[in-house]
Design a protein around this ligand. Sequence first.
Ligand SMILES: Cc1cc2nc3c(=O)[nH]c(=O)nc-3n(C[C@H](O)[C@H](O)[C@H](O)COP(=O)(O)O)c2cc1C
Length: 360
Amino acid sequence: MKRLIEHGLLRAVRLLQPEDAHELTIRALERGAYVAHAGADDPRLRVARCGLDFPNPVGVAAGFDKDARAYRAVLAMGAGFAEIGTVTPKPQAGNPKPRIFRLTEDCAVINRLGFNNQGHAAALARLQGQRPGIVGVNIGANKDAADRAADYASGVETFAPVASYMMVNISSPNTPGLRNLQAPAELDQLLARVLEARERTVARGVPKRPILVKLAPDLADEDLGDIVAVLQARQVDGIAISNTTLSRTGVADGLASEAGGLSGRPLFKRATRMLARVHLATEGRIPLIGIGGIDSPERAIEKIAAGASLIQVYTALIYEGFSLIERIKRGLSGELDRRGLSSLDAITGTRAEAWATERV
Ligand SMILES: Cc1cc2nc3c(=O)[nH]c(=O)nc-3n(C[C@H](O)[C@H](O)[C@H](O)COP(=O)(O)O)c2cc1C
C-alpha cells in the first residue's frame, strides 16, 4: 500500500519539469514530510571504513542535496550516509535552464547543471549543530576560479569541522576543463594542496577527516593505472566510482542527444567495470564507493561483488522513490542469509575479475 501511494506521488511529481520536481521534493523533505521513517538496521549491514562506522552501506549520492537542506530527512529515511554538494566557495547559478532531462524509457537522466549551488557559507551554516549520522561534503571549484586547487583547499578547510568526510569531485562533465584535474600530474598537485589544507585543520585541533576522490567513468583503461597510483601514493581514504558519463551507449530515448552527464540504468555496466578495475589495481586496499545505475537489490549486490564496500544511489530514486533504500537493505540482508554470512565484507570484490573484463 505504502508503495502504491509512493508510486502515485512519483507519477504526479514526474508531470513537473525535472528541476521543479526536484525543488518540490527537497522542500517537502526540509519540512519533514517523509514517505517512511526507517526502523533499526540489520547489524550485519554495518560497514567500518575510513574510520567511520556506517550503519548500512546505502548512501545518497552528491547532487541530490547540493545545499545541505535535506540530509536529515535522507538519514531519517534509512540511508546509511548522506553526501551533500557539490559546493563551491562562491554561490553560482550554473548553466541556463532547462538543464535536467528525464530519459524515462531508459530509467536515466542527463544533467548539465554546472555546479549550481549557494556556496560554502550557506551549506556550512546548515551543517552546524548536532550531526544526525554520517554526512559527507562533496567539494568543487567555481567555474571562474583562477586557481581551482585553491577552491578545493578552501572546501577542506571550511568543512573539516562539520563533515564526516570530504569528497573531492574532479569528475563533473559540466564545468569545462574540470576533468583535466584527473590527469596524474594535475591530480598529484591537487592532492598535495588538499592534504596540506587538511594538515592545517588538524593543526587547529579539528579531527583528521577522511578525504575521498570521485572519478569519471570515461577514463581510458590505459590511464587508470597511473591515476590509481597517484591516489595510492597520496594515501587518499577512499575512491568513489563513478560520476556521470558522456557516453550514450545503450540509450534509446530521443533526449539522448542533450549535452551533459548521463546517469541511471545505462551507466551501470560502465561504472561497475571501472569499479572492478580499480578494486583489482588497489588490491582491495582502498575503500571504494560504488555509484552508477543501482536501481535494485540485485544491482546493489553486483556493485559490492565488483569491489564496493559502500554504495550510493541517485537517479533510481527519481523512478523508484525513497523506498528503494529499504528494499536494497532488505535484499542485502537476504543475500547474507542465503550465503550464511555475517557481513558484506565477504562479498566485496568476489566478482571483480569477471567485471573487469566486461564489454561496454
Ligand atoms: C541531477 C544530478 C545532479 C548531480 N550533481 C552532482 C554533483 O553536484 N556532484 C557530484 O559529485 N555528482 C553529481 N551527480 C552525480 C551523482 O552523484 C552520481 O555519481 C551519478 O548520478 C551516478 O549515480 P546514479 O546512476 O545512481 O544516478 C549528479 C547527478 C544527477 C542526476
